[in-house]
Design a protein around this ligand. Structure first.
Ligand code: OXD
Ligand code: MN
Length: 589
């Protein structure tokens, strides 16, 4: 007689805590049905087919882009909404001047009114997920409840979602609760609320990735940064890349850049022909969770399983890996379409758009064909440079941390901090021109410490102290660098070629970490000695290199004065050690 088929426990029976919460949300939101996400491929296929039938997804040209689909978001819902994003802690001081704050009770009451009955005629999806490898002690878990099947498809790519995650939740009992509804997609009825003290998130009125895929910015940065502080680690807006040198040694770097400043390109860097023997491996493109290890080093995991990347500008020259990666099994959001149903975006040299990102006949007078913040969602495993260590339960050891901004002037191409506390000052001093990733004016310089301005779930003053404390615990801390790929000359031309050529700068950093090269001490930190930076084969004049490595003391005195004013805004929460670092820099200037 055949053995009876193995019967799996129904998902609602796996965790009482999750089931109770789902029941209470069901009562509040009144969905027509509840569906628990198992995380199987068949389920993803079925949901995709359902969205194709309802015309929410368009199937793209199956010859050129097999398995790819296009989604149009509401035109008023195309970016993160920082002005509607709140940290709701009992004390306003704990959220800090860097966050919008609302009293938790008031926020809950407001959100309850929005959520009440909002899912009538809709299905409530229950998505248990794990941020980080399933078997890693560094991973953390959550459950997102949403009425958006588009969010489900994205979460299935971006996280380890489904039954396995729920089994882990059932075992350790702790999870971040994320409740999401697209609501009416009305910007007047849109809020992204975080309750770090309760490990919960409530997001209403937006279907855009950063506001709606709650595992990403909301959990893996805002809530996780709070958890990380309590537990002694760091949740950072950083890519993780492994660089293998011609001798075959691999070192990992974690690099923080503000949104749309080339993190995905750097994470997937293609070594130029002029640097033979180098290889790059991507561990993560947006978020790093950094844990002090027993060996005194800092170890990193990428909590995500996919990339939610900016599409425009991606082409075989700028990022061949990304270009190849998004040619199959990719969900595109807000790109344009060609006559033969291929996705199209600014930066592609082939093809012509006929429909713009809103599905209207393309008219250049109405602006770009693809939205400047149009996105791809794709599994990290599709990346040709996917690191074989991406799933390592212990993470990868970090040799160097890199902070960078988009600055036309002021910051040199690269400099190194004197030590960890000075490195924390370098991170805290990050400033960058704003981009299309968030609603608001583009191209204005704003302070973005550690590239975490939109993402730190608590008071920056406490956060910098936490950085100082973590560093003090590391017997073998990574070295800390600052880069600026975006410096321009007087005519507005970029001085540095960027993209794969950035490897030259990263190679210099690794030489510094290995003690192979010296550096020129300057008031702001250690600069490369020009001869140590490999510029062979680059069309870079001596004057351009000198300009890239120059600092203007007058400009820097002003920069320090501005930074000091900003830092003092954190009052008594500002670590004295950070102010001392700034004073030391000022006196050197
Ligand atoms: C992102 C962002 O989407 O930083 O990664 O805005
Ligand atoms: Mn980001």
């Amino acid at each position: 007689m055949a053995a009876p088929a193995h019967k799996m426990t129904p998902m609602p029976e796996l965790s009482r805590a999750v089931a109770d919460w789902v029941s209470s949300v069901r009562e509040l939101t009144q969905p027509r049905a509840v569906r628990w996400i198992e995380g199987t491929e068949a389920e993803a296929r079925e949901l995709t087919a359902q969205l194709v039938r309802s015309k929410e997804l368009t199937v793209l040209n199956a010859q050129e882009f097999p398995g790819c689909h296009l989604y149009h978001s509401a035109p008023n819902d195309v970016a993160r909404v920082e002005h509607l994003t709140y940290i709701c802690t009992r004390s306003q001081e704990d959220a800090g001047p860097n966050n919008h704050w609302m009293d938790p009770q008031q926020a809950h009451a407001r959100m309850r009114e929005l959520f009440r009955g909002c899912m009538r005629e809709r299905t409530l999806y229950v998505i248990p997920y794990c941020m980080g490898p399933l078997d890693s002690p560094l991973s953390r878990r959550g459950v997102e409840l949403t009425d958006s099947p588009y969010v489900v498809l994205n979460m299935l790519i971006m996280t380890r979602a489904g039954r396995a995650a729920l089994e882990l939740i059932a075992r350790d009992g702790r999870f971040v609760k994320g409740l999401h509804s697209i609501g009416e997609l009305d910007p007047e009825r849109r809020f992204i609320m975080h309750f770090p003290e309760e490990l919960s998130i409530e997001s209403y009125g937006s279907g855009y990735g950063g506001n709606a895929l709650l595992g990403k910015k909301c959990h893996a940065l805002r809530i996780a940064s709070w958890q990380a502080r309590a537990e002694g680690w760091l949740a950072e807006h950083m890519l993780i890349v492994g660089l293998q040198n011609p001798e075959g040694e691999t070192h990992y770097l974690a690099c923080a850049f503000p949104s749309s400043c080339g993190k995905t390109n750097l994470a997937m860097l293609i070594p130029p022909d002029s640097l033979p023997g180098w290889r790059a491996f991507t561990v993560g493109d947006d978020i790093a969770w950094l844990h002090p290890g027993a060996d005194g080093r800092l170890w990193a995991i990428n909590p995500e399983a996919g990339y939610f990347g900016v599409v425009p500008g991606t082409n075989p020259q700028t990022n061949r890996n990304a270009y190849q990666m998004i040619r199959r099994d990719t969900l595109f959001t807000n790109v344009a379409l060609t006559a033969d149903n291929q996705p199209w975006w600014e930066g592609l040299t082939a093809g012509k758009p006929v429909l713009d990102w809103q599905g209207r006949p393309y008219d250049p007078a109405r602006g770009p064909a693809a939205h400047p913040n149009s996105r791809f969602t794709v599994s990290a495993k599709r990346n040709p440079s996917y690191s074989p260590h991406s799933e390592d339960a212990s993470g990868v050891p970090i040799t160097a941390l890199v902070f960078g901004g988009r600055r036309r002037e002021v910051a040199p191409l690269v400099y190194e901090s004197r030590d960890w506390p000075h490195g924390v000052l370098l991170g805290a001093s990050l400033a960058s021109e704003t981009t299309a990733a968030a609603v608001g004016q583009v191209g204005v310089v704003r302070r973005d410490p550690m590239a975490m301005q939109p993402f730190c779930g608590y008071n920056f003053g406490d956060y910098w102290q936490h950085w100082l404390d973590v560093g003090a615990r590391l017997a073998r801390p990574p070295r800390i660098f600052h880069v600026n790929w975006f410096r321009r000359d007087a005519a507005g031309k970029f001085l540095w070629p960027g993209f794969g050529e950035n490897l030259r700068v990263l190679a210099w950093m690794l030489d510094r970490c290995a003690g192979k090269v010296g550096a020129a001490e300057s008031a702001i930190g250690r600069l490369p000695i020009a001869a140590d930076l490999n510029t062979r084969g680059l069309n870079l004049s001596d004057q351009a290199l000198a300009a890239l490595l120059s600092i203007d003391p007058g400009v820097w005195r002003k920069e320090c004065a501005d930074l000091g004013e900003y830092l003092r805004g954190f009052g008594s929460r500002l670590p004295a050690a950070l102010l001392a670092e700034l004073r030391a820099t000022e006196s050197r200037l």
